[in-house]
Design a protein around this ligand. Structure first.
Ligand SMILES: Nc1ncnc2c1ncn2[C@@H]1O[C@H](COP(=O)(O)OP(=O)(O)OP(=O)(O)O)[C@@H](O)[C@H]1O
Ligand SMILES: [Mg+2]
Length: 368
């Protein structure tokens, strides 16, 4: 019998039916928790382009920590980050709930309201540090640790990161059971962590979420289709897996749309036509969610540079791009730098440039 609900999850942060290709990083994180204070996995940086699975991974990390009876605070970087952290750290209701303790005395007020002075930018590092220490004191009595995860770190304010880094560093020096994970777009490393004040975070290992091997994609797609009661051939799976290029968001889109097209025919056997139509739908969604927004903020000349790059199916040298644009090398170098800074393109080991945004080359080629 075919399941009624589509098992694929092509939504931001949506947990996929099978989390492919991330077992090593999850293991590293778990080792960090289990190996005690000072273990390398206790401070982690996770980067990768949009749609590579950073948010999903933070959710998994949170679950792994909760499995070990750790307390977990999950935040997204935006204005007021430290203030929100302080409030969560001081929320006693949440803590007691977490530790499954029924309060023997009634606590007046779940969270202590803070004076404005405490939350002033100048006092924030100290306020955050104290709130963290108090929380860790309480948790320590129950042999529980604290995980803090920060998503979209590239959007953090520098002052917030400094306060947070200083507070964490203090706790680690005091040998407290704490772990922190920062996830964000690749620019977070160069923009925020290459900063003298945050040197201690610079020593943390950066995990870059890379493409998933096609064979693993094929295997996972096959298992998900079959578990949901759909029959699909290895040839069809191969075509579908190839089309994803190992990009996590595209894996979900491709699976979702092929499943959906077959489902609309009321069939539990996927046809070649379903694969073809599903892939076309997936590409439209991908263009709208990734390529079009990425190009939106760029100037006409930036785009001309990218179009010149897209004339080749492989990385290009700046001199070749300049020639294709009919411009000087100097002119092209200006746009090269702008696009590198925006992480739309990346430099290869040979000094050539390639697209950093998944499927942008194909999109531009189709627009021609
Ligand atoms: N390891 C994986 N295997 C299969 N699918 C995945 C994997 N990781 C993420 N996905 C899917 O990819 C999509 C994007 O995941 P997620 O929102 O976590 O990415 P992100 O890196 O946080 O993106 P953004 O930078 O836009 O916030 C989701 O649909 C999710 O289900
Ligand atoms: Mg995300």
């Amino acid at each position: 019998m075919r399941a009624t609900a589509n098992p694929f999850k092509p939504t931001a942060g949506g947990e996929p039916p099978l989390l492919i290709g991330r077992s090593k990083i999850i293991r590293d994180f778990e080792k960090g928790l289990d190996n005690g204070v000072g273990a390398p996995g206790r401070i982690m940086l996770i980067t990768g382009p949009r749609g590579t699975g950073k948010t999903v991974l933070l959710t998994v990390f949170g679950d792994k920590a909760r499995d070990r009876k750790w307390d977990v605070i999950e935040e997204t970087a935006s204005e007021g980050l430290c203030e929100r952290l302080v409030n969560e750290l001081r929320n006693k209701d949440r803590l007691l709930d977490r530790l499954s303790i029924r309060p023997s005395i009634s606590l007046s007020g779940a969270s202590i309201s803070l004076g404005e002075a405490e939350l002033s930018p100048k006092r924030m590092p100290e306020t955050l540090r104290n709130a963290m220490s108090e929380r860790l004191d309480l948790l320590g009595k129950h042999h529980a640790g604290l995980l803090i995860s920060i998503d979209e770190t590239q959007a953090a304010q520098r002052s917030d990161l400094i306060a947070l880094a200083t507070a964490i560093q203090h706790q680690i020096r005091e040998r407290r059971d704490i772990a922190i994970v920062f996830a964000g777009l690749p620019q977070m490393v160069s923009d925020l962590f290459n900063d003298d004040v945050i040197t201690f975070l610079r020593r943390a290992k950066t995990n870059v979420l890379t493409d998933i091997p096609i064979a693993d994609v094929q295997d996972a797609l096959g298992r998900t289709f079959r578990t949901s009661g759909m029959t699909i051939s290895e040839d069809q799976l191969h075509t579908a897996a190839q089309a994803t290029e190992g990009y996590p968001y595209m894996i979900q889109l491709v699976g979702y749309h092929i499943w959906d097209v077959a489902d609309m025919r009321d069939s539990d056997i996927v046809s070649d036509r379903d694969v073809h139509d599903g892939l076309a739908e997936a590409r439209i969604d991908l263009d709208n969610a990734v390529c079009i927004p990425e190009l939106h903020g760029l100037s006409r000349n930036d785009r001309a540079y990218l179009e010149a790059m897209a004339q080749s199916d492989t990385p290009s040298a700046t001199s070749d791009i300049a020639r294709r644009m009919g411009k000087t090398n100097n002119y092209a170098a200006t746009y090269r730098k702008r696009l590198l800074d925006a992480y739309v393109i990346k430099e290869t080991e040979r000094g050539e440039v390639d697209f950093a945004v998944p499927f942008l080359r194909e999109y531009l080629q189709r627009q021609r």
